[in-house]
Design a protein around this ligand. Structure first.
Ligand SMILES: Cc1cc2nc3c(=O)[nH]c(=O)nc-3n(C[C@H](O)[C@H](O)[C@H](O)COP(=O)(O)OP(=O)(O)OC[C@H]3O[C@@H](n4cnc5c(N)ncnc54)[C@H](O)[C@@H]3O)c2cc1C
Length: 434
């Protein structure tokens, strides 16, 4: 039995005796893995945190990924979800009942981390953020107590975990409101050569301004992947894709999407009825395991001409074939919740831009990171200054920007429930007065 070293709350490295480790092992229901064990490097939660916060050295990492059960009550339209479930686990179960809740757009993302930061995707304009559909949680706080939190019980904790990340404790169960969705939804892509972006992006902006909550259209800019429906000579060319989901009657969706589909001369139009759970996996193949990533994000209340100009210039100089820029259309129900109703404060964002700088050759690290930082700086004058906490990368120092006017209340809660800052491997909110 190995002794283990750990970093104490005071920051010192301490050695845990073999007895301490053995006592812990005897009281613990799952496997314990130590740094010298062969499978140490494989251990993780659902592991999508873009700042790498899923893992830590010199600390205790709790891997919840085996706890991935999802239980759906179709009559009550609720789902009870264990914290290791992925979006694919949850959508897969809820869709058996023709139901879904608002989640993100990659099926491999973890429900827990996504929810605790806020959570948005194709259904959010209609049904709000993931946290707007969260009814209650069970969680373990830093004092070891198991607590139930909802609007009517431990309401302060419930306010804080809806956006506050992992700062206030470990959530062991989530309960969500579900809605009728699918099983087929009108969804897909319209793809243009990037050369038309100077006309297409203003058209996109004006089109988005007319849309009801059921319809979401995102803009994706990157080099064209070798998708089977794209002509071979277009593979690798710069493209502008409009990605869409209509969460309602497909006939009405067809009518509403007609202007988008009729605009210009697209290289491909693959908008059709797709299984909702299938479309939730549509972007998964872009995520290559082992790729190097450096992401940046801004919130915008509008797509101004100046922003569009700047965007075009940087897309024309993308540093790698895998890099991409996503403009997610927000608004709708996400912005009809008061900014102080939950810890997530960005109820004014009409668009969230996510810059996925991704490459494979370590020799390109400096170039790719520099490109992302330059792009981020150039678009900053058009942004709100706020940022979605789940899109903050490690070195940014933007935690206060992530919580805006809600930061002080979150810091008070941190002081109440985790005064020693036990949960600190996250976008950390320091306990108030600490
Ligand atoms: C490819 C990709 C696509 C994405 N798409 C979207 C999207 O469409 N919409 C969106 O809103 N976000 C999206 N995100 C961001 C995503 O929400 C965050 O990366 C989130 O942290 C992922 O959660 P996880 O559970 O997979 O992460 P993990 O890395 O497993 O966990 C992240 C952190 O969350 C906290 N945490 C996790 N579980 C618990 C728990 N049970 N209790 C307390 N704290 C916990 C911990 O601090 C942990 O370090 C995407 C990220 C990636 C990488």
């Amino acid at each position: 039995m190995p002794a283990a070293t750990a970093v104490s709350l005071a920051g010192d490295v301490v050695t845990l005796s073999e007895d301490t480790v053995e006592t812990f092992r005897a009281s613990f229901g799952g496997p314990l893995v130590f740094p010298d064990d062969a499978d140490y490097d494989e251990v993780r939660g659902v592991g999508h945190n873009i700042a790498g916060k899923a893992v830590c050295d010199g600390g205790l990492m709790i891997d919840l990924s085996l706890m991935n059960q999802v239980r759906v009550d179709g009559d009550a339209r609720i789902a009870i979800v264990a914290p290791g479930a992925s979006l694919g686990d949850l959508d897969g179960e809820t869709q058996k009942f023709g139901l879904a809740t608002a989640l993100g757009i990659n099926s491999t993302t973890g429900v827990a981390g996504l929810t605790l930061g806020g959570g948005f995707g194709w259904l959010s304009r209609k049904y709000g953020l993931t946290i707007d559909n969260l009814l209650e949680v069970d969680m373990v706080t830093a004092d070891g107590e198991l607590r139930h939190a909802s609007e009517s019980e431990n309401g302060d904790l419930f306010w804080g975990i809806r956006g506050g990340g992992g700062n206030l404790g470990i959530v062991t169960s989530f309960k969500y409101q579900l809605h009728e969705v699918g099983p087929n939804v009108l969804s897909g892509l319209v793809i243009h050569p990037f050369g038309v972006a100077r006309e297409a992006l203003p058209f996109y902006r004006d089109f988005c301004a007319t849309l009801p909550d059921e319809l979401s259209v995102w803009a994706v800019m990157r080099h064209a992947p070798p998708l089977p429906f794209l002509p071979e000579d277009f593979h690798g060319q710069l493209m502008l894709a409009f990605a869409t989901v209509y969460a309602g009657d497909p006939e009405e969706g067809e009518r509403l999407l007609a202007p988008l589909r009729e605009w210009g001369d697209p290289v491909a139009d693959v908008i059709q009825l797709n299984p909702y759970a299938g479309f939730q996996q549509a972007f998964d193949p872009l995520l290559e395991p082992g790729a190097r990533n450096y992401w940046k994000s801004h919130n915008f209340t509008e797509l101004s001409d100046g922003l569009i100009d700047t965007l075009i210039g940087y897309v024309e100089n993308l540093p790698s074939p895998e890099s991409e820029i996503f403009l997610a259309q927000m608004g709708g129900a996400t912005n009809r919740v008061p900014a102080d109703a939950t810890a997530y404060p960005h109820r004014d964002a009409e668009y969230i831009m996510n810059v996925h700088t991704r490459w494979t050759d370590a020799g390109q690290d400096a170039e790719c990171v520099a490109w992302a930082r330059d792009f981020f700086g150039a678009t900053e004058p058009f942004a709100t200054g706020g940022v979605y906490v789940n899109f903050v990368s490690e070195d940014e120092g933007r935690t206060e920007a992530a919580y805006g006017d809600n930061y002080a209340r979150l810091a008070e809660l941190k002081q109440k429930y985790d005064p020693d800052n036990l949960f600190r491997t996250n976008q950390n909110v320091a306990p108030a007065g600490g």
